[in-house]
Every structure is written in structure tokens, then in C-alpha cells.
Write a protein that binds this ligand. Structure first.
Ligand code: PSU
Ligand code: MN
Length: 306
């Protein structure tokens, strides 16, 4: 059975080994409200193209995994009524139910493994949740086992960041700060925590990733790209808002995969839209950097073959 379908554009890029950037779709289906979600999806694709790479937004329509979507398909997914949030364990569910859904970071990475895409841009990865007895995102497991470059703006600030970084260390995932030694905190540029390596250009990131895989590792390389200064919200301003949203989620008994969407929405409300502006800005910023990385990877691969 064919595992996925692609647009003409993505098929060509895959065939010709042209620079490709995967984009996730849980951010469309569960992360952002309408109509900002569709606008953002289109803006991210445009940002990738402007940097000379081909975007491949990944998601499920009628139980079929799409690696790259047409404009109409993107619009459909963004407006779907009850889409699934699709992590790796949900692939079988959406396939057998012929359902629609947005793929999470982990789900998107699994699709990239099938398609052979090595670079992926997202907003924030999932991680270890705060104060929860045991809620660890499948994103971390995917980062531990799928060799590709993932660009993010840190882990979502709603998480336990020190615990998330510890897990990434345990699983041998390099965390590379882009032009910084500090791990960014999604809405804010600073978490007070350090990354494991710093790189100042796309070429440096690619060299580091290749050395990592040549050393015999199968894990991903996580690039942490801080939110642009103009849209960043100071940590001191975000912390009380995040704390309140987390307490509310606990009081309401929200759990499992509902936690992240609930918190993101509540934080947007409580921050008066500031968090949303930061979220949109960092997503675009990550799409651009990922496209530069995809191009650098492409140049490197060609040099090696010649
Ligand atoms: N970050 C955001 N918005 C999102 C997500 C992350 O700003 O919607 C999504 C990503 O797709 C990520 C997922 O993979 O949330 C993690 O969910 P969980 O914690 O349930 O694994
Ligand atoms: Mn979870």
C-alpha cells in the first residue's frame, strides 16, 4: 500500500532531491483559531518558497496521509469540523476511520521518515508537562529516534522546560541554539537554560547534523530559534499567565491530548493577543530558517556526490 500522497510540486522536489521543508498541521487544526490558522499556513508556505525551498504541509484527509497539500486541501483541513490531533499512535485510527486530522510534531516526523524529508519547521515542540503525574509528549520519543533537523522556538512555555531538556539529553538529541547559547522559551527569547551547542548559520547547523549522524546516532537535531525581538513577550509577563492557565486546566480535569490546545487558547485570551502575535511571528521565522537549512543541506549533498 502506498503510504502517502503528494502534490505535483512536492513529488518533483522529492524526485530531484530539491530542498524541501515539512510543516506540521496540528498548529492549524488545534493550535490557532480560525481564520488565522489558514492565513498562517499560507504565509509559512510562502516564507519557505521565498527562501528557495519547497514547502510540504503534512496532514490527513479522509484517512490518507498528505505530504504537501494543494491550496484547496489546506483550506479544507483548516476548516474541518472535528479534526483529529494525530500523533504516531493515531495513524492507524485516522487511516481506518478515514478521518481528517492535523499531524503533531511527532506525527509529522513519522511522515517525513516515510517521504524522506530531512528538514521540518514547527512552532514549539511538546515535552514534559508541569505538575502532571506523567504527561510526556510523543514528540520527544520521535526526536529520539528519527534522524532529521527540526526547527522550533523552544518547547512550549507551558511545559516543564528543565525536565524536557533533561529528557532530550538522555535521548542524545543535540539542542542547537541559533545565534544563541540560551534555550528560548517560545513566547520569550530566554528560559534561563542553556542549549548543548550554538550555531550561527544554516551551514553550521548542517555540518553539525551531518557530524552527528556520521557519529552513528539516529536521533534528530533540534534547532532552537528564538522568537523575533519585536514580538517577544518577556518571561516575567508570560509566567503568571501560564501558571493561571495550567491551574485552570487542572481544576477542570482536562487531560491527555486536550491539555495543549486548551492551554494555548487560554493563554492567548489571558495575554490579550500578545501570545498569538508572538506565536505567528516565530512560526514564520522558523519556516525561513528551515528553508535556509534545507538549501544548505542540498548544497552539501551535491558537493559530496561530485
Ligand atoms: N506548539 C504550538 N501549537 C501547537 C503545538 C505546539 O504552539 O499546536 C502542537 C504541536 O503539533 C505539538 C503538539 O507536536 O502540540 C504537542 O502535543 P502533546 O503535548 O499533546 O504531545
Ligand atoms: Mn501530552
Amino acid at each position: 500500500m502506498k503510504r502517502f500522497v503528494s502534490t505535483q510540486e512536492v513529488k518533483q522536489a522529492l524526485k530531484g532531491n530539491a530542498p524541501l521543508v515539512a510543516l506540521e498541521s496540528t498548529v492549524l487544526t488545534h493550535g490557532l483559531p480560525r481564520p488565522q490558522n489558514l492565513q498562517l499556513a499560507r504565509d509559512m508556505e510562502r516564507a519557505v518558497r521565498e527562501e528557495g525551498a519547497t514547502p510540504a504541509t503534512i496532514g490527513f484527509l479522509d484517512g490518507v496521509l498528505h505530504v504537501g497539500m494543494t491550496s484547496a486541501e489546506l483550506e479544507r483541513l483548516a476548516n474541518e469540523k472535528d479534526p483529529y490531533k494525530v500523533g504516531p499512535r493515531d495513524f492507524a485510527t485516522v487511516i481506518t476511520k478515514q478521518a481528517c486530522g492535523g499531524t503533531t510534531v511527532a506525527g509529522t516526523m513519522l511522515a517525513c521518515k516515510h517521504a524522506g524529508i530531512q528538514v521540518f519547521a514547527t512552532g514549539g515542540i511538546g515535552g514534559v508537562h508541569r505538575d502532571a503525574p506523567f504527561d510526556v509528549s510523543a514528540d520527544l520519543q520521535a526526536l529520539a529516534s528519527i534522524p532529521m533537523i527540526v526547527v522550533c522556538a523552544g518547547a512550549k512555555a507551558i511545559l516543564d522546560l528543565p525536565a524536557t531538556l533533561e529528557y532530550l539529553e538522555t535521548m542524545s538529541v543535540p539542542v542547537v541554539g541559533y545565534q544563541t547559547k540560551r534555550f528560548p522559551a517560545f513566547y520569550s527569547r530566554e528560559s534561563g537554560l542553556d542549549v548543548s551547542a550554538r550555531a550561527d548559520s544554516a551551514e553550521e547547523i548542517v555540518a553539525l547534523a551531518q557530524a552527528h549522524w556520521e557519529a552513528g546516532l539516529q536521533s534528530a537535531v533540534l534547532v532552537a530559534n528564538p522568537v523575533p525581538e519585536a514580538e517577544a513577550v518577556p518571561r516575567s509577563e508570560m509566567e503568571p499567565v501560564i501558571g493561571k492557565a495550567v491551574r485552570e486546566a487542572q481544576e477542570k480535569g482536562i487531560h491527555g491530548k486536550e491539555v495543549t490546545p486548551y492551554l494555548l487558547q487560554r493563554i492567548a485570551e489571558l495575554s490579550g493577543g500578545k501570545s498569538m502575535r508572538a506565536n505567528l511571528a516565530l512560526l514564520l521565522n522558523n519556516a525561513r530558517l528551515a528553508a535556509q537549512i534545507a538549501r544548505a543541506l542540498h548544497h552539501n549533498a551535491r558537493r559530496r556526490i561530485v
